[in-house]
Design a protein around this ligand. Structure first.
Ligand code: URA
Length: 209
């Protein structure tokens, strides 16, 4: 079963409070989501392998560490996932960015892929799928399935807020995928919103209603 990591770092928790608040406008919301995504990426990449290298400092020769050439990829689920990409790229500028767009078929209620553009060397990359809200988990589970069908092997899921239902769905569908969140909220309400949550993440990021 995939693990669930809840990041309780004070900066993440502080910023998440303002992300949630109705008093936070679009500009600040976008900035805070980017900042929290960056802080979460810092925590979620703790397991990246290092290797030794030898360099010359102005004072001496030193044997030090660099990342061991792991290739990374970020895959936002459209559209709200876009809000987390730049924060992660601030830390990992060499990461490639793929995109997945899904909609729910009104008849079958199943997620249907309408857009998918992923790095060609997907199977060689450590991939971080991002979506601010893990609600039912249907979109995240489907996006991960589509990525695996194209060869992805090493996938993490990073969300700001999860509902217990969403975690359960992803864990059942993809026991190999670890989930990284800043908070696990109480439940979903009758309209499918995470409660207390932050509302519609896409609308709040892009100023739409
Ligand atoms: N998507 C959102 O943007 N917010 C929720 O609460 C649930 C799904």
């Amino acid at each position: 079963m995939g693990k669930v990591y809840v990041f309780d770092h004070p900066l993440i928790q502080h910023k998440l409070t303002y992300i949630r608040s109705t008093e936070t406008g679009t500009k600040q919301f976008r900035e805070l989501v980017e900042e929290v995504a960056m802080l979460m990426a810092y925590e979620a990449t703790r397991d990246l392998p290092l290797e030794e290298t030898t360099i010359q400092t102005p004072v001496a020769t030193a044997t030090t560490k660099v990342l061991a050439g792991k290739k990374l990829g970020i895959v936002p689920i459209l559209r709200a996932g876009l809000g987390m990409v730049d924060g992660i790229l601030n830390l990992i500028p060499s990461a490639k960015v793929g995109h997945i767009g899904l909609y729910r078929d009104p008849e079958t209620l199943q997620p249907v892929e309408y857009y998918c553009k992923l790095p060609t060397d997907l199977e060689e990359r450590d991939l971080i799928t991002v979506d601010p809200m893990l609600a039912t988990g249907g979109s995240a589970a489907a996006a991960i399935t589509f990525m695996k069908q194209r060869g992805a092997k090493n996938i993490k899921l990073m969300c700001l807020i999860a509902a217990p239902e969403g975690i359960e769905t992803v864990q059942q569908a993809h026991p190999d995928v670890d989930i990284y969140v800043a908070a696990v909220d109480e439940c979903l309400n009758d309209h499918g919103y995470i409660t207390p949550g932050l509302g519609d993440a896409g609308d709040r990021l892009f100023g739409t209603k």
